[in-house]
Write a protein that binds this ligand. Structure first.
Ligand SMILES: C[S@@+](CC[C@H](N)C(=O)[O-])C[C@H]1O[C@@H](n2cnc3c(N)ncnc32)[C@H](O)[C@@H]1O
Length: 296
């Protein structure tokens, strides 16, 4: 059911095009600034985790780049992406499992499995990622908010309350995530042109607030205070150490710092707010960090 979880999640967000307009515009500014600042040649771009494309400034990217390669595990979502484009001749799509674990857990009932069986399954996973279908080199590779999703189906049974996940499962998940991330960053580096840029975007903090009941999560209190109610998102940098100390960072969104230093120059980092469920009284959304990494 690994792939099924992603298909369901994409179905849930497939109508978010209007809602995420502001988010896409902000992301478009980051992409445009990066291209101008680092003199990126606008030939080839690879978008990993492209999905429905609702979080991606499609028009901007299409107007800049000659060739656009999209990768996702969900074929329907990529079709939704293509339906939003104007010049389909610029696009190639590949259905690839970027975690390399999908086949190994596909037949497991990830909701009804016992905790000990799940821990056992996770510990025995051997990520086997195959990007050989992606040909050529790219000026930009965009990681589009999928790092937090790579092992998410494995903790689906704790979706309502992640605190219920036993520590031994969290530890095993984190080990698999590290292995997957290390492989992906190596491959991204190989697929970049000389001086190419990886725009690594990932949701790092979930915030939740119910205005009626005043119920909020710990992250919400920290984020709202630091950013003056989501106005000054750059201030997130100042609370990241507290987020980490309290274990509030979304699983999969931490990255292998040493490996990144070896492979890339970290140019800069941006923060954005990505709104999800905004009902009359409920605020639920994510803080997204965008790292600009230049191939060494
Ligand atoms: C948070 S979504 C991004 C939102 C999505 N672009 C949209 O517009 O609705 C992350 C994307 O990563 C994809 N993804 C998650 N795990 C993946 C995997 N193992 N291999 C390839 N794609 C994956 C999902 O299918 C989804 O499209």
């Amino acid at each position: 059911m690994y792939q099924g979880v992603h298909v369901l999640a994409n179905q849930n967000t497939q109508d978010c095009w209007e809602k995420w307009q502001g988010y896409r515009d902000a992301f478009g500014n980051i992409i445009q600034t990066t291209i101008n600042r680092y003199n990126v040649i606008p030939n080839h771009i690879l978008i990993l985790g492209a999905g429905n494309g609702n979080d991606i400034p499609i028009d901007l990217i299409e107007s800049i780049f000659e060739e656009i390669v999209l990768v996702d595990i969900d074929n329907n979502a990529l079709n939704n992406f293509l339906n939003k484009t104007s010049d389909k001749s610029k696009y190639q799509t590949h259905i690839i499992d970027l975690s390399g674990i999908a086949d190994q857990v596909e037949s497991v009932d990830l909701i009804n499995v016992s905790n000990s069986a799940l821990a056992n399954i996770i510990s025995n996973l051997k990520p086997n990622i195959n990007l050989s279908a992606i040909k050529g080199k790219f000026n930009i590779i965009l990681n589009a908010n999928y790092f937090s999703q790579l092992t998410a189906p494995l903790s689906y049974k704790f979706l309502k309350d992640h605190k219920q996940a036993p520590n031994y499962i969290k530890k095993a998940l984190s080990k698999v995530n590290n292995e997957i991330q290390a492989y992906l960053f190596q491959e991204i580096n190989n697929l970049l042109e000389v001086n190419g840029i990886c725009i690594h975007s990932t949701d790092i903090i979930e915030i939740y607030y119910n205005e009626l009941t005043k119920e909020k999560n710990e992250s919400c209190v920290l984020v709202m205070k630091a950013t003056n109610g989501l106005q000054d998102m750059a201030n997130i940098q100042s609370i990241l150490h507290i987020i980490d100390e309290r274990g509030l960072r979304i699983e999969g969104s931490n990255y292998p710092v040493n490996l990144i230093q070896e492979l890339f120059d970290t140019k800069t980092s941006f923060f954005m707010y990505w709104p999800f469920d905004h009902g009359e009284f409920i605020i639920k959304g994510y803080v997204v960090q965008v790292l600009i990494l230049q191939k060494k």
